[in-house]
Ligand binder design. Sequence first.
Ligand SMILES: NC(=O)C1=CN([C@@H]2O[C@H](COP(=O)(O)OP(=O)(O)OC[C@H]3O[C@@H](n4cnc5c(N)ncnc54)[C@H](O)[C@@H]3O)[C@@H](O)[C@H]2O)C=CC1
Ligand SMILES: O=C(O)CCC(=O)C(=O)O
Length: 526
Amino acid sequence: MTLTGMMLIGAESHRGRNGEIHAIDPSTGAALEPAFGGGGAAEVDRACQLAWDAFDRFRETAPEDRAVFLEAVARNILDLGDALIVRAMAESGLPRARLEGERGRTVGQLRLFAAVVREGSWIGARIDPALPERAPLPRPDLRQRRIPLGPVAVFGASNFPLAFSVAGGDTASAFAAGCPVVVKAHSAHPGTSELVGRAVQAAVAECGLPEGVFSLIFGAGSSVGTALVADPRIKAVGFTGSRRGGMALMEVAAKRPEPIPVYAEMSSINPVFLLPAALAARAEALGRGFVASLTMGAGQFCTNPGILLAVDGPDLDRFVTAAVEALGGSAAPTMLTPGIHAAFDAGVAALAGNARVATLARGLDGEGPNRCRAALFATTADAFLDDPALREEVFGAASLLIRCPDLDSLRAVAERLDGQLTATLQMDAADTGAAAVLLPTLERKAGRILANGWPTGVEVCHAMVHGGPFPATSDGRTTSVGTAAIERFLRPVCYQDIPADLLPEPLRDGNPLGLWRRVDGALGRH
Ligand SMILES: NC(=O)C1=CN([C@@H]2O[C@H](COP(=O)(O)OP(=O)(O)OC[C@H]3O[C@@H](n4cnc5c(N)ncnc54)[C@H](O)[C@@H]3O)[C@@H](O)[C@H]2O)C=CC1
Ligand SMILES: O=C(O)CCC(=O)C(=O)O
């Protein structure tokens, strides 16, 4: 498929006239063809109107039809073949194996949501039949189901050009819920976005859905994103990116005459607790495992292990020796964009220049622009507690070890952490007591707590939580990965004494869709 540089507004291709966006190959710094025309208020207005016009029909599609649509998107993405991978490699600097894996995850995610839609428990059907004889007052007939919120604005993330972008988790879960989607493409990978966007657009047509189910808009700067979130026909937002960007969009959403939810996944430093018995038993292996997790993908994961906490002593020194050796030999991969590289270098320079922070190791330097030289720093618990700057995310392969005098101090540091996507315990059986003391704190701080693994690598499944209290996300009640992500785009409606022939199918007597329903309190397929 030849790239056109055009936006996709419903069924049409449309060239934007608000400036030009060129992808940059971060490994060379060269601009890639074609130029993508930026959108503006007119394109946002048209896409939102089409999405609104599509909403009532799309939301009432039968579960089977919506599932078939999600599967068609997955199939069309695969049908793009190697051209998609080649373009994504050029635009992101990410290696082939990583992008092929990410494509598998993206397609798997769409198919998983198709299965969720068919299974139907997301509808949340509840029926409390009327009790006309109840004294002192009769109970009316009450039936509840969940309906989609309305058109959703999705912001593609730079660091996952497939799995968190045009047809990524936000889009898949919004479609599954029955929401039309207007995507604001990330300017770092416009070609990848157009290719995937065309795969979605074709699936909409193949499935006979209204064209407004999907649109894709380009735009440099903040105006397209702001206009999209401000548009009254948009009813929710999915975002993965910087804290500054997420907060700006939350503000736009909150200031609307009708405020809307923004599900923004923003910044996390993902503490790893190296507990004493685990350190004593396997300090060297932990050091190497940590560096592998830290440096994977140039550390460009929001789940990257950005701080380590441990009680100071000889076992921690063994860990440091192993980590320093591994990190000192780590190659310098290309980062996603010149901006992300510059932000990484600035964050590393700030840590290196902090008088209370020691530089333990730097990775190898590399040829060419935008290389990520990994970095490991150390500080004390007191310094960490005193200096809020040490709690900020440095996006990329940089981490800070906090040497604590004892377990009480380690817990005090944990108490002062901001909200996190993950918290990791490296522990042996003899650490169970220390872990039990930390656990309530970690539950309050993080969306996912792991033992004896590393936080990078998020399984797409039913039990996953990829979320957490602010600032990890704007709404810690939800997840952006896994099937529970559908919950973000639904709200309950109760039908009281509504005549049977007006009731939506999921709530009709006889359970025509064969759903799991809670009838008079009892859950069953009735
Ligand atoms: N926590 C995470 O998962 C991630 C964090 N980042 C952080 O974000 C930094 C910049 O990377 P980007 O991926 O470009 O993220 P970004 O937050 O700058 O941009 C993401 C998207 O939001 C839009 N946007 C940003 N600010 C906006 C505003 N004020 N109004 C309207 N739209 C706005 C952008 O146009 C883009 O489409 C990185 O250096 C890193 O620190 C980046 C990727 C993932
Ligand atoms: O590691 C993953 O699979 C997800 C990470 C993520 O959401 C991110 O880096 O933005």
